[in-house]
Ligand binder design. Sequence first.
Ligand SMILES: Nc1ncnc2c1ncn2[C@@H]1O[C@H](COP(=O)(O)OP(=O)(O)OP(=O)(O)O)[C@@H](O)[C@H]1O
Ligand SMILES: [Mg+2]
Length: 406
Amino acid sequence: MGKRLTEVGVANIYQNKFTLKIATVAVALLIGTVSIIYTNSLVNELKEREQKLIELFANTLEYTGNENNSDNLVFIFQEIIVANNSVPVILADAEGNPVNYNNITIKEPITEEEKEQRLKREMAEMRLQHEPIEIALKDPETGRIYEYNYVYYKNSKLLSQLTYYPYIQLSVISVFAILAYLAFSYSKTAEQNRVWVGLAKETAHQLGTPLSSLMAWVEYFRTDPVMDQSIVDEINKDIRRLDMVTSRFSNIGSVPTLRPENIYEVIKEIITYLEPRISTKVKISVEAHDEEVMALINKPLFDWVIENLCKNAVDAMRGIGTIKINIGNENPEKVIIDITDDGKGIAKSKIKKVFQPGFTTKKRGWGLGLTLAKRIIDQYHQGKIYVKSSTPDVGTTFSIILKTVD
Ligand SMILES: Nc1ncnc2c1ncn2[C@@H]1O[C@H](COP(=O)(O)OP(=O)(O)OP(=O)(O)O)[C@@H](O)[C@H]1O
Ligand SMILES: [Mg+2]
């Protein structure tokens, strides 16, 4: 019962973490969207106001300007428009020549001609944003239109800034969020590593003392004439086994040293060790493209990986079947170790999960074998381990890729 609870616990942590991530992203998107919509509505309102203002001035100009006196017009333009807003405006005559302007910075010194050119360019730009407003100047006595003038204008600086503001704001926030996330997940991984390494070191350390004491006992029994030496041999084998387990733990707990080893030989040796310990109805074959291929490995840890994969394969075929190990290095820079079984296979939806800690489909499994194998291959050997293919009821192939050495 307790066991089941543990499995559910581990699985839940991963499920919850995923839900939390989705929720965080959803909230972030919502905040972003609301912020953009809100600023956009502000921008639209401000835009409308600026437009109304300009229309109002244009109307004022039209009403009061209808005296046969263009000086008057300029005066009104200066006094009313200049004094009252931040919207860049240009008043132009019927021929499109600028007569007056405001809220446009023009660097002095400048000749009259250059200034006119500058204002005309500005007018062309303004036309892209808003159609200029037409002012019909009428003769107050006859009511006859004698001239058209035009008010060109564009969005105020404030309005333009406000349009871009949410995008700038969101980018700054996103960059910050990404940096924070990276820093956080980095520190989390570092912490996980410390736990792994610390636990492994401590285990190796604690096993060491009784182990050396047991070794001393074996030596003592060897010289005892009363002792049945075949029993001593059996005890000695178990002690060697314990010693191997200890060296695995101590290797994973320190920076493991890698040595060039003949991969074919190493795997052969592991299989020789494993075969008598598993069902006699399981046949294991080892084939190599090149029996001399060498790679940098830490033997105790690499043994552990192959052993875990073979044990999983045996479990998957319920004690009867064949395991084929193929060592390929068609590309001389890499060695690819394929371990194929004809067991029950892995459902497609589960393939992604097999390397997660706590994922198991076995009654007595911890779901740690592949997690450990991945850690050993990825982190200690800078290699790759993955499910190459798996078909339910047909079988599974796990692959390991390592760099070769000469
Ligand atoms: N060769 C395989 N064929 C079919 N399923 C497999 C195979 N290898 C792994 N699996 C699936 O992946 C799961 C996780 O394997 P893993 O070795 O990590 O844990 P476990 O074997 O269940 O427990 P343990 O921690 O004791 O190794 C297994 O429970 C099994 O469902
Ligand atoms: Mg396993």
